[in-house]
Design a protein around this ligand. Structure first.
Ligand code: SF4
Length: 226
């Protein structure tokens, strides 16, 4: 990528019907600067016939080291909330809007500090997200937190205002034409908080209950489209 080019993953995304091939190609992505100083690309995980897709912000410190999404403390919160809400974890695909860990360098022996991806980085990585959706054709899309909402629902979307609300998918997506293709009847998108917000909340019980309540809305809607 030349310094004057707009950062984008697009040249690295292969036209393939195979999710594993897509994942393998993402390992070599140099679409923006975020691959530097990381361990690896952290691509989405889950079955290719997943009914629900959950989209978070970016991998964290632990995910970066292990190469899998949502395997750190926030992932544990999400797993518990998914089960409690009545969603089927085994048919859920989890991924992130940005596939590399943006962070500040850590002092020796300390954990690296997360940094929120900016709009340029979110847009650079979006072709991977679009490609994942093109293969998965989910019935339920759950957007976790503000960064994922910006990537999928647009810069004006506010999770705090519109969380827990069912919206038609892909009609409500930012640049919905990117997600056109095979779409299930009644497919929807719903935004909620990122599970890491539960861990940061003053009242964790209340924040967790809110996350579960939003996911219950999704679980009930998904049951209705079964
Ligand atoms: S963050 Fe996304 S666009 Fe940037 S290098 Fe990583 S995979 Fe590529």
């Amino acid at each position: 990528m030349a310094d004057t080019d707009v950062p984008t993953a697009a040249p690295f995304v292969p036209a393939t019907p195979d999710l594993d091939e897509l994942r393998a190609a993402a390992r070599g992505c140099r679409g923006c600067h975020l691959y530097r100083d990381t361990t690896q690309t952290v691509f989405g995980e889950g079955p290719p016939d997943a009914r629900a897709v959950m989209v978070g912000e970016q991998p964290g410190d632990i995910e970066d080291r292990r190469g899998e999404p949502f395997v750190g403390p926030a992932g544990k919160v999400l797993d518990r909330a998914i089960v409690e809400a009545g969603l089927d974890r085994s048919t859920t695909y989890v991924t992130n809007a940005v596939k590399h860990f943006k962070h500040k360098p850590a002092a020796p022996g300390k954990r690296r500090i997360h940094q929120t991806p900016d709009r340029t980085e979110i847009m650079a990585c979006r072709p991977w997200l679009v490609a994942e959706f093109a293969l998965l054709h989910p019935q339920a899309v759950v957007v976790l937190g503000a960064t994922a909402a910006k990537a999928l629902l647009g810069p004006e979307f506010r999770v705090t205002k519109s969380r827990g609300v069912l919206l038609p998918w892909p009609d409500s997506a930012y640049h919905a034409e990117d997600f056109a293709g095979e779409v299930h009847d009644g497919a929807f998108v719903l935004a909620t908080i990122h599970p890491s917000a539960v861990l940061r909340a003053d009242d964790r019980d209340e924040a967790y209950a809110g996350l579960v309540a939003d996911l219950i809305v999704a679980a009930k809607a998904l049951a209705g489209t079964a």
